[in-house]
Ligand binder design. Structure first.
Ligand SMILES: Nc1ncnc2c1ncn2[C@@H]1O[C@H](COP(=O)(O)OP(=O)(O)OP(=O)(O)O)[C@@H](O)[C@H]1O
Ligand SMILES: [Mg+2]
Length: 334
């Protein structure tokens, strides 16, 4: 990836709050039309990155550009090409859903008619049409989240920042948003999406930046990150335990490393590079030696395994209900 064509670039981005070092030297280069997912536990620095890139916070050290605009010296131009939905819904309680979106449209400089049309489309898209003319203070937490997400799209941004967009959404809304994100990115939007959900990063992101304590500790596609901790493994159990050695011998050429044998259980584990065709090949070799199997599978590491290996910590997630409670109070403040 070259920084020349990248639409989001950061160089040695650092941020301290008093004695707290929230970010210590973040380097990013995100290609247009892709999804990048900073992934990390609570307090890793994800929101701080988003706030700097959306001009809400100034970096202490380093530089950053979005769509070619410097986050510090060209903040106003930069704001014109981005959309943001924060970790906590920022919607006006005493306006209706429709009025909230129209207001955002006017802030983007849209004519009244166009702002209204966009608001209509977005309310429809996020399943809020029936509630369009109700004051937001009557909305549920999930509805506020959806309205806030909708607001980030009114200006048809080239670069969209979503900070934990699915936290507090139920499964149906979450899957709906995933579909919608796929469509947006197909149309050329670049998306930076922070998440604590490994399966979300796995499903959506072209590139994942694993971030822990203000530092990027690994980057790559989910496939690359999984390879980092060993990749796919062929795992099988022989029916007759005394044949385990012969079985390992029969498959050893398929693997990238020597097989490991568990004599006790009759299990063989073999790291493999490319899982396609491995099962057939293994079964054929074992059959040729007339070795009978109890089971056989390819096991693949999950991103959870990756995170655990890299940081020694499991991803901690805030309980969704607790998160909703927070978003309500924060929403009122903003
Ligand atoms: N305004 C602030 N004043 C002081 N410390 C802050 C401030 N904002 C963030 N921090 C600290 O900076 C660090 C990174 O916080 P940040 O909110 O970026 O993490 P995060 O990855 O978004 O976490 P979460 O998953 O909980 O949202 C934390 O230690 C946090 O306490
Ligand atoms: Mg955050």
């Amino acid at each position: 990836m070259s920084a020349d064509s990248a639409i989001i670039v950061t160089e040695g981005l650092g941020k301290t709050f008093g004695s707290i070092e929230a970010l210590s030297g973040i380097d990013l280069a995100v290609e247009p039309g892709t999804i990048v997912a900073p992934l990390g536990p609570n307090g890793a620095g994800k929101t701080t990155v988003v706030r700097i890139l959306t001009t809400l916070l100034k970096p202490t050290t380093g530089k950053a550009w979005v769509a070619g605009f410097d986050v510090v010296t060209q903040a106003a131009q930069l704001r014109g090409v981005i959309g943001l939905a924060g970790q906590y819904a920022a919607v006006d309680e005493i306006l209706t859903g429709m009025e909230n979106l129209e207001m955002v449209g006017r802030l983007y400089g849209l004519r009244a008619g166009l702002a209204r049309r966009r608001a209509d489309e977005i309310l429809e898209l996020f399943d809020l049409t029936d509630a369009a003319h109700r004051m937001v203070k009557t909305y549920s937490g999930g509805m506020r989240r959806r309205l806030d997400l909708g607001g980030s799209l009114v200006g048809r941004p080239r670069v969209l920042f979503l900070d934990e967009p699915t936290t507090g959404l139920d499964l149906r809304a979450r899957l709906g948003l995933w579909d919608f994100i796929d469509k947006l990115v197909d149309e050329g939007t670049t998306l930076l999406l922070t998440t604590q959900y490994l399966e979300e990063a796995d499903h959506l992101a072209d590139a994942i930046e694993v971030i822990d304590r203000g530092e990027i500790i690994a980057s790559g596609t989910s496939q690359e990150l999984k390879q980092l901790i060993g990749g796919d493994v062929l795992d099988f159990q022989v029916a007759v335990r005394s044949e385990v050695g012969a079985a390992a011998e029969a498959v050893k050429n398929i693997g990238t490393e020597a097989p490991t044998i568990d004599e006790e259980s009759g299990r063989v584990r073999l790291p493999v590079a490319n899982p396609v065709g491995v099962i057939t090949e293994a079964v054929r070799s074992l059959d040729r030696q007339q070795i009978k199997l109890r089971d056989l599978a390819i096991t693949r590491p999950t991103l959870d395994d990756v995170f655990l290996t890299l940081t020694g910590k499991e991803i901690e997630r805030e309980d969704d209900t607790a998160q909703l409670g927070t978003s309500l109070t924060e929403g009122r403040r903003t």
